[in-house]
Design a protein around this ligand. Structure first.
Ligand SMILES: [Zn+2]
Length: 117
């Protein structure tokens, strides 16, 4: 399979998550005054219109990733392709969970058939 992982928004999201946890003071033991500050808002990648706050770590990760993509002559990942708003994220999670439950649907016709027999 020749899927282009470099331009996959989910890969970008993973990179951003990784960059964020690198700076996670709970893991590094560094002193911190609190959560990383939100420096920008990016539109939800689902296109619902919601804006999602991101930290400087997310900016840095996207910039780094896009620099890498440009060296590979690939189009950059846009800020609108990275973040989920909480509502769209849970809707997407539910969609994926439903897709992993293929057997629930087959029970409906079986029950129906039994009732008519
Ligand atoms: Zn959304």
């Amino acid at each position: 399979m020749t899927r282009d992982f470099a331009t996959d928004p989910e890969i970008a999201e993973d990179l951003i998550r990784r960059a964020r946890s690198e700076r996670d003071t709970d893991r590094t033991g560094e002193f911190s005054f609190g959560d990383a500050a939100i420096v920008e808002s990016w539109p939800c990648r689902k296109g619902c219109g919601a804006m999602v706050g991101v930290t400087s770590a997310a900016l840095f990760a996207l910039e780094t990733n896009n620099r890498r993509l440009s060296m590979m002559r690939q189009p950059p990942i846009g800020k609108h392709q990275v973040m989920w708003c909480p509502e769209c994220k849970s809707a997407d999670d539910e969609e994926k969970a439903a897709a992993r439950r293929p057997h629930e649907q087959t029970e409906i016709p079986l029950t129906h058939r039994r009732r008519n027999a």
